[in-house]
Design a protein around this ligand. Structure first.
Ligand code: PEP
Ligand code: MG
Length: 904
């Protein structure tokens, strides 16, 4: 029989798939002997079973009974006992952290009787009634789906009536009355009484947590974070401990190191006399954790010892939720903490320095995504800017945009292509769509661990939070800062590194990390100036990237087709060019020449002249590129796009000729052109006359390119350079196609060598693998090829039958929503389908030529997950856009040290 329930004492941190992150870590802490309140975890498998059948598996209910009895026996209390009640929390906890996305219900087990028992046992009547009203409020909102504002408004009304401002100023009688009001809200909206039976409360809460896996906001979050929709969440049932039992009680969140800068120290937020979600919700401003030393030294010291123990045990920065109940410390949660990209690099490097982890492990702690974030530009320190306020630097970056006060405004701005900053008093999970749409997030309330900060960090969005001088009135659409009143028409700029808020547009400059990547360590350090944190960051990136370069097997090249891009690629560490697309060399001012070549008679002087002219121009292009790439391989892909791309648009020309005909002024050349354009018009140009097909259809076209390349190489050799061109034939499907071009290429190489008196025999000729047929006959193609490069863009197109220019914008969002794939296969390699075709191609190619050089030059060459896959199937190099080169180097290193994961 399937086991659906695990006591905290039964699991460990390796069981995240089954117990979720929270459950697995609660079990681990229990195993370590830390003070975790007793409890148990219902597995993700139970959730999946529920979501499939829409009923709770029967055996789950019986397992819950057994587990609950064990907890009751351990505590010497019964769930909802009228005299001495056990209360429990019911919390979601998926494999990947989804902060605030799913449901939690606290204080399960309270009813009209047990509330009195709790009052008596705790000696605190106010606390008991406050806990009961919280239960009805949370249960009503989450489990019964009642509009949360009904409860919040009733609470506000009561406070007004009593003439008080804080919840804590309401007394026991007030709260007893509030419980009655809340119960009436339940009865009125749901036509049922708030369930008094504790086990019914618990069962309903468990089901609600299961259901919350599929709320809109959870789905949006998962899409954004690329978390599969079919994992399900675990449910943790944990004995309640109370941070709201008056003085001497409280609740907090802390990190074993600063999650923003990575420095070790006492870092966290603490709220006295508060329960559970109050800290994360950012409703009340918190104390710094260091203040706890003054308030409760014993608990503080115990907590510090546990923090150290957890960091040693997990060998990483941990974040922790804890509660102090009347002087007794309880651990409610820990996990390897979320962190900013900068902190990830600094922490990994520091842990190596402290000899807590190895350099290989450090490499596995950072990701290409994080490196990308660090390459983002920052505000120009020299620029004139109007600083109006300061908040907490919660998630780095430099964001500029118009103010958006809610989801609707942010989404409308994004849809109109207008950058915006979401400005909120505080954020809660309902604000997620606005956060996704905005460039950055600014809040007036809440600390670095508030929802806004945690979610923004997770998304890599710039965030400044807790800017208390902001007076935000979302209904009126205004935000007051001092005596300035801003509206949605105003532009603001927020700096996620410093917490600064500026009015107006602020120019941005390169990040010191990018300066380092482009110009080396000394330049990076100089760009960092005297900012110690930034200097450390630049050094950390350098150390980890240097290590990645040392351990990686995959070589990294760039896709570049201009001298500038080639130069930038080398700066970023590219070891060659893996794809030089030659088509742009046929556009712009050169297009009339191409038109002449196409329209002229085959074998005519006119065509020869046009080809000669193009060859001269191409030679210049190649000379410039090969000079920059001196001593490094440069793969030149012969022209690929469909012929009609070099001719006027059919519709435009038809209109022009029709109009001119009516006016009697039609140009015979236009008419001739129209005939040609019609002839070459294709329904599916991506599957038509392009690539090698064009080379064969238009004899001499590939020849002129190959000759231009050989002439350029010969000239450079005689000038003392070391050019290393490689000729690549696109869209090959049959070995005969390749053979024809190869014969032509070899004869050109031999001829130019003889004419110029230089040896060009090292110029290799290879093919792109972009069609399933090419991959499936790679053992034959390999007979005629010195190398292959997998064009995974076209290969994805042809394996899936997706027209790459059409499908993504039209229906991919629906496909992702329907779970057909988690991410576009054009972005990240579809391992199962396209990936299998690639690995089969690799196998077949090597069966003929064991040492044949194999690369990848589709967009996937710069995608972290895909790079890991290419490493595994034995590809020799990836080629990607210049800006992605450092990311590819890092990920290739991570793949080599066995970091299977692409998220830290
Ligand atoms: C490819 O198909 O993967 C490729 C690199 O070529 P292009 O994108 O130019 O078709
Ligand atoms: Mg292609």
């Amino acid at each position: 029989m399937v086991k659906y329930v695990y006591d905290f004492s039964e699991g460990d941190k390796s069981m995240k798939d089954l117990l979720g992150g929270k459950g697995a870590n609660l079990a681990e802490m229990t195993k370590l002997g830390l003070p975790v309140p007793p409890g148990f975890t219902i597995t993700t498998q139970a959730c999946r079973a529920y979501l499939k059948d829409s009923v709770v598996p029967e055996s789950l209910e019986t397992e819950v009974t057994t587990a609950l009895r064990r907890v009751e026996d351990l505590m010497g209390r019964r769930l909802g006992d009228p005299q001495n009640p056990l209360l429990v929390s019911v919390r979601s906890g998926a494999k990947f952290s989804m902060p605030g996305m799913m449901e939690t219900v606290l204080n399960i087990g309270l009813n009209d009787e047990s509330v009195k028992g709790l009052a008596e046992k705790s000696g605190n009547e106010r606390f008991a009634w406050d806990s009961y009203r919280r239960l009805i409020q949370m249960f009503g909102k989450t489990v019964l789906d009642i509009d949360g504002d009904l409860f919040a408004d009733a609470l506000e009304d009561l406070k007004k009536e009593r003439g008080v401002t804080g919840d804590t100023e309401l007394n026991a009688d007030d709260l007893r009355g509030l419980v009655e009001t809340f119960k009436k809200i339940v009865a009125k909206t749901k036509g049922m009484d708030f369930p008094q039976d504790p086990r019914t409360q618990m069962d309903m809460a468990i089901e609600a947590v299961f259901r919350s896996w599929n709320t809109d906001r959870a789905r949006i979050y998962r899409r954004r974070e690329r978390i599969p929709h079919d994992l399900g969440t675990a449910v943790n049932i944990c004995t309640m401990v109370f941070g709201n039992m008056g003085e001497g009680s409280g609740t907090g969140v802390c990190f074993t190191r600063d999650p923003s800068s990575g420095h070790s120290g006492v870092y966290g937020d603490y709220l006295e006399n508060a329960q559970g979600e109050d800290v994360v919700a950012g409703i009340r401003n918190t104390l710094a954790l260091a203040d706890l030393e003054r308030i409760d030294e014993k608990s503080y010291n115990e907590l510090r010892a546990i923090m150290r123990k957890l960091e040693t045990h997990y060998r990483d920065m941990c974040d922790i939720e804890f509660t102090i109940e009347q002087g007794k410390l309880w651990m409610l949660q820990t996990r390897v903490g979320k962190r900013t990209a900068a902190a990830a690099f600094r922490i990994a490097t520091q842990l190596v320095e402290e000899k807590l982890i190895t350099r290989n492990e450090a490499l596995d702690r950072v990701t290409g995504e994080q490196l990308t974030q660090l390459m983002f530009p920052q505000f120009d320190a020299e620029a004139d800017k109007e600083l109006v306020a300061k908040g907490m630097a919660a998630s780095p970056g430099a964001a500029v945009g118009k103010i958006a006060f809610d989801n609707a405004q942010a989404e409308a701005a994004a849809a109109a292509g207008v950058k915006c900053i979401l400005v909120r008093r505080e954020t809660n999970p309902d604000d997620l769509p606005g956060m996704v749409a905005a460039e950055g997030v600014l809040t007036a309330r809440g600390g670095k661990t508030s929802h806004a900060a945690v979610v923004a960090r997770g998304m890599g969005k710039t965030c400044v939070c807790g800017a208390e001088s902001l007076d935000i009135n979302a209904d009126a659409g205004t935000v007051k800062i001092g005596d300035r009143v801003l509206t949605a028409d105003d532009v603001i700029a927020i700096d996620g590194q410093t917490g600064e808020i500026f009015i107006g547009d602020v120019p941005v400059v390169d990040s010191p990390v990018t300066t380092y990547l482009a110009h080396g360590l000394a330049a990076g350090l100089e760009a960092a100036g005297d900012n110690e944190g930034t200097r450390e960051l630049v050094e950390s990136v350098d150390r980890l990237l240097t290590h990645a370069d040392k351990v990686r097997r995959l070589r990294v090249r760039a896709n570049a087709d201009t001298p500038e891009d080639s130069r930038r690629s080398i700066e970023f560490g590219a070891e060659g060019i893996g794809l030089c697309r030659t088509e742009h060399m046929f556009l712009g001012a050169r297009r009339p020449l191409v038109e002449r070549a196409i329209l002229s008679e085959a074998g005519s002087q006119e065509r020869r002249d046009a080809f000669d002219e193009l060859e001269k121009l191409q030679k210049q292009d190649f000379l410039q590129m090969l000079e920059v790439m001196d001593g490094k391989s440069m793969t030149v892909r012969l022209i690929d796009p469909p012929l009609h791309e070099f001719m006027p648009a059919l519709g435009d020309l038809e209109v022009k000729v029709a109009v001119d005909r009516v006016a009697g002024t039609v140009d015979p050349d236009d008419e001739k052109m129209l005939v040609a354009v019609r002839r070459f018009h294709e329904q599916n140009p991506m599957l038509g006359l392009r690539g090698v097909r064009l080379g064969i259809y238009l004899p001499g076209l590939f020849g002129l390119q190959m000759r231009a390349l050989c002439e350029a190489a010969a000239e450079l050799v005689s000038r003392g350079f070391d050019p290393r061109p490689e000729i690549m034939v696109p869209l090959v499907g049959s070995v005969r196609e390749l053979q024809l071009i190869r014969e032509e290429g070899e004869s050109i190489i031999a001829q130019v060598s003889a004419d110029r008196g230089v040896d060009l025999s090292k110029i290799t000729i290879g093919a792109m693998i972009e069609l399933p047929r090419a991959a499936m006959t790679a053992e034959d193609l390999a007979e005629e090829a010195d190398f292959f490069s997998f064009g995974t863009n076209d290969l994805t197109q042809t394996v899936w039958g997706f027209s790459r220019d059409d499908v993504e914008g039209v229906f991919f969002a629906d496909y992702i929503e329907a779970g057909i794939f988690g991410v576009s296969p054009f972005e990240s390699i579809d391992v199962h389908g396209v990936g299998t075709v690639v690995s089969e191609g690799v196998r077949r190619a090597r069966s003929t030529k064991p040492n044949i050089k194999l690369g990848v030059c589709g967009e996937h060459g710069g995608d972290p997950a895909s790079i890991h896959f290419f490493h595994e199937v034995g590809i020799d190099y990836v080629s990607c856009s210049p800006f992605r080169v450092p990311v590819a180097r890092l990920e290739a290193g991570r793949a080599a040290v066995g970091g299977g994961s692409t998220t830290a």
